[in-house]
Design a protein around this ligand. Structure first.
Ligand code: CA
Length: 373
């Protein structure tokens, strides 16, 4: 098995020969890869659409029913198109994009690199999942070329402007919201599966030189907003039932709204490949804050959710040097650790499947292209 069996069935948006975009699920059968056309298979009008949003808004009962129909079609290879014959697109229309900072190992490493004379973790870090609002309009599909950003950097004696010389990756996991919420209400951690449709692989491209100069006092801005890549396949939560694990532990115990009982993460292994060579293997199960806690925190002030909201984990770094999720950490800040024009980065993800093997989440790839002049 290659991780795209009947126990997975991830959702994507595809087109054939420049035709209209529609929703499908991927199924591999022996050496052949297929996309099952879900509109043709079910007749559900929300699936004849250029994004998953209308379908995701229908909620968990419809998700479950459609997954059963998709499994029957995929098993029989009905309404199936060879994967080689389709173009894949951005699977969701991203409403709002929020990026967290939920790995203690990553936050500690970055704190040590950026603030060598201060405390690695700031006083709030173990009390709330730190995050910021990103730029939804620059979330792109895997395979989209990444144009090297230009910007302002610290200089001596004055700042300089030019193409980033410290272009980096951040290997993350993204959570896709299907069902929104009312403005002024909170979404409890135990309502996670009523709102979240599934997960995507995510690379939060980062220009460290721009970031280091601009980020105090209001946080990440142009060093992050030029591009965020996600996988073409959205793995539904239903395919991850066997992947939930207890996270390493939280001390001090978080406030009640963060659910002392909501500390389950996902046993997802990540692999970072640069120019064909694996440079790191971050384990998502080593995160500090859980996905349900991130969702609870995101809405604790009454901010509403919308269909298509995307919230990401933050860089996934494990405790070991070969488990770090960014080049900044892998090279410990060295100037030659970053990406050159022409470099290709691919993130791969696997998780325990419900049938005992492992499923392969959608991969996220991108090639760096020179700054446009
Ligand atoms: Ca990030």
């Amino acid at each position: 098995m290659n991780g795209f069996g009947l126990d997975h069935l991830p959702y994507g948006v595809f087109s054939v020969a420049g035709g209209p975009r529609r929703v499908g699920v991927r199924i591999d059968d022996g050496d052949e890869s297929w996309v099952v056309d879900l509109f043709a298979a079910t007749g559900r009008p929300e699936l004849e659409a250029p994004s998953l949003n209308a379908f995701m808004a229908l909620g968990p009962d419809t998700w479950r029913e459609t997954r059963e129909q998709a499994a029957a079609e995929a098993e029989a290879l009905r309404h199936a198109v060879p994967l080689a014959d389709v173009a894949l697109h951005l699977p969701i229309e991203v409403a709002d994009y929020v990026d967290f900072y939920a790995s203690e190992h990553h936050a500690t490493n970055v704190g040590r690199i950026f603030r060598p004379d201060g405390e690695a973790l700031l006083p709030n870090w173990k009390h709330l999942p730190v995050g910021y609002h990103g730029r939804a309009g620059t979330v792109v599909a895997s395979g989209t070329p990444i144009v090297r950003p230009s910007g302002q950097r610290r200089g001596d004696p004055t700042p300089t402007y030019g193409p980033s010389t410290r272009l980096d990756i951040e290997a993350e996991l993204g959570f896709v919201v299907g069902v929104g919420s009312e403005l002024g209400s909170r979404v409890s951690y135990d309502a996670f599966a009523e709102h979240v449709f599934g997960v995507v692989g995510l690379n939060d491209w980062s220009a460290r030189d721009i970031q280091a100069w601009e980020y105090v006092p209001l946080g990440p801005f142009l060093g992050k907003s030029f591009a965020t890549s996600i996988s073409p396949w959205v793995t539904p939560l239903a395919a991850l039932d066997a992947a939930w694990v207890e996270l390493p532990g939280q001390d001090p115990e978080p406030l009640p709204y963060l659910g002392p009982g909501a500390t389950r993460g996902l046993d997802i292994d990540v692999e970072i490949e640069v120019n064909g060579e694996v440079v790191s293997r971050p384990p998502y199960r080593t995160m500090y804050w859980s996905p349900a806690q991130m969702l609870a925190h995101l809405t604790v002030n009454g901010a509403s959710l919308r269909t298509g909201d995307l919230f990401a984990s933050g860089t996934i770094s494990g405790p070991e040097p070969d488990q770090r999720g960014s080049l900044l950490e892998l090279g410990w800040g060295a100037d030659d650790a970053f990406l050159d024009d022409g470099d290709e980065v691919v993130l791969r993800y696997t998780a325990p499947g419900t049938w005992g093997g492992r499923i392969t989440l959608g991969e996220v790839g991108g090639v760096i292209t020179p700054t446009s002049t």
